[in-house]
Design a protein around this ligand. Structure first.
Ligand code: MN
Ligand code: MN
Length: 464
């Protein structure tokens, strides 16, 4: 016979904040696991922002979304999208209230290695590429790692060449070799920021020389010959190209229970995928639903494709003319509500002392609401209002979504931002909410499948 609860135990349950595993909410895990599998397939095809934009547009088209650029008008219930420079995508479902957006914004770029504009050289019997890292990485994590080449180049005649090379099992990989421990006495004395320097991130790409005593860099020439034969490009074409190196590994299940996913680029493709699925599946939303997939978050959201650009104003202008409303773009945005869908840092049990554990978030405990981001005394933060949080709470309660609060580590230790402050600058209520990640910005980031699923359920409920 079950023991009867004491009255104080009941009072504790009534008055205290509960923090428990989101897995507890699921009698069977099948739905969560199936969603995780679909997400992994998406991840493997979406490593760079260009690849990701392609995957997003492909799924939108398949689900009946129409390219806004070719439309003359739109009405309630219509599904639209806009693909801007193949690096920013917005998906819209026209809602019952057409005068404003419920917007979920995520970013498609992830930290990686870009090639410099004159990358190829030969040294010590190998050919190498000079790289320039993109975003906040711990440089030492990128050595001894199988890498693949992505991106685009144009030939002198203007022919576009697209790369996704080194991903397939039978394609070669590329690598930045680290120093052997036997000779690393001086290297090991340096601090971690310096022991692999930015200029040490040189990628090995060849070893076989051409057979001609008059040619100076014989291995380099052989690589150029292969590149020309396979892709039609010359050394000069690199100066006009955009080429990225990313981990060649595909996503994997982690743990005996398969409860987690290990993969490159989950920051922030996890929010891209969950908010994409959400907008594809909603019908008849209250206000016009917008999933906004942006670029350049990892380097400050600057430039033509970052969240600081005027893309959303341009989108709102185009939208207003399609649905035939007179509201100005800034008025539409000011009356909108937003979720900045980005990942938060989970407690890593190996380094738990960087977190203040009463306000930290834990893997598998559900969606993370981060009221504010920034650093130090909330500098550079978007700080969501209690009024807005209370609206969000209604969604969480109604849909029974597992949630936790989060904050990026102990106050004085570091910090970080998202696109939240750029969204809220239009005047829209904005809250950071998304799943958490362990080992963020590393070549293998860790998420819990149940956190991914709760984020998806939340974005969908937010749209409805
Ligand atoms: Mn992010
Ligand atoms: Mn990031």
């Amino acid at each position: 016979m079950a023991k009867k609860k004491s009255s104080l135990k009941k009072l504790e349950e009534k008055l205290s904040l509960k923090k428990e595993s989101a897995w507890k909410g699921y009698k069977t895990t099948k739905k969560v696991m199936d969603f995780g599998d679909a997400y992994k397939t998406f991840l493997d095809a979406s490593k760079t922002e260009r690849d990701c934009a392609k995957s997003v547009v492909k799924q939108l088209k398949k689900s009946g979304f129409k390219d806004m650029s070719y439309l003359k008008s739109a009405k309630k219930g219509d599904k639209l999208y806009l693909n801007y420079k193949e690096k920013v995508v917005a998906a819209l479902v026209v809602g019952r209230d057409m005068s404003r957006f419920n917007l979920v914004g995520s970013h498609m770029d992830s930290p990686r290695l870009d090639l410099k504009q004159s990358p190829l050289y030969e040294d010590s019997s190998v050919a190498l590429f000079k790289s320039h890292y993109y975003g906040g990485i711990k440089k030492y994590q990128w050595v001894n790692l199988k890498l693949a080449m992505h991106g685009i180049a144009y030939t002198k005649q203007g022919k576009k060449v697209e790369f996704s090379y080194g991903e397939k099992a039978d394609e070669p990989k590329f690598v930045i070799p680290d120093l052997l421990p036997h000779l690393a006495r001086h290297q090991m004395e340096k601090n971690a920021r310096e022991f692999i320097g930015g200029e040490d991130l040189n990628i090995v790409v060849g070893n076989i020389p051409v057979d001609d005593k008059d040619v100076k860099d014989k291995i380099k020439l052989n690589v150029l010959q292969i590149l020309n034969k396979n892709f039609g490009i010359t050394e000069e074409d690199f100066s006009f190209a955009e080429i990225n190196f990313v981990p060649a590994e595909n996503s994997v299940d982690v743990g005996f229970d398969r409860g987690m996913i290990g993969a490159y680029g989950q920051d922030d493709k996890v929010c891209v995928y969950t908010s994409l699925r959400a907008i594809i599946e909603i019908k008849n939303p209250s206000a016009t639903a917008v999933s906004y997939f942006t670029d350049k978050e990892e380097i400050g959201s600057d430039g033509d494709t970052g969240a600081k650009s005027r893309f959303l104003l341009n989108l709102a202008e185009k939208y207003a003319s399609l649905v035939g409303i007179n509201n100005s773009p800034s008025n539409i945005l000011m009356n909108s509500k937003a979720i900045s869908a980005d990942v938060s840092a989970l407690v890593n049990p190996n380094f738990s002392d960087v977190h203040e554990k009463r306000n930290a978030s834990y893997i598998g405990n559900g969606l993370i609401m981060e009221k504010y981001t920034g650093s130090g005394g909330k500098y550079s933060a978007n700080d969501a209002s209690a009024e807005y949080l209370s609206e969000i709470r209604k969604i969480l309660v109604k849909e029974n979504i597992s949630w936790q609060t989060g904050e990026l580590g102990k106050i004085d230790i570091g910090g970080g931002g998202t696109i939240a402050k750029f969204l809220s600058s239009y005047g829209m209520d904005t809250l950071d909410a998304g799943p958490g990640v362990i080992a963020m910005h590393s070549p293998l980031e860790l998420t819990s499948k149940v956190d991914v699923y709760e984020a998806y359920r939340f974005y969908k409920a937010f749209f409805n």
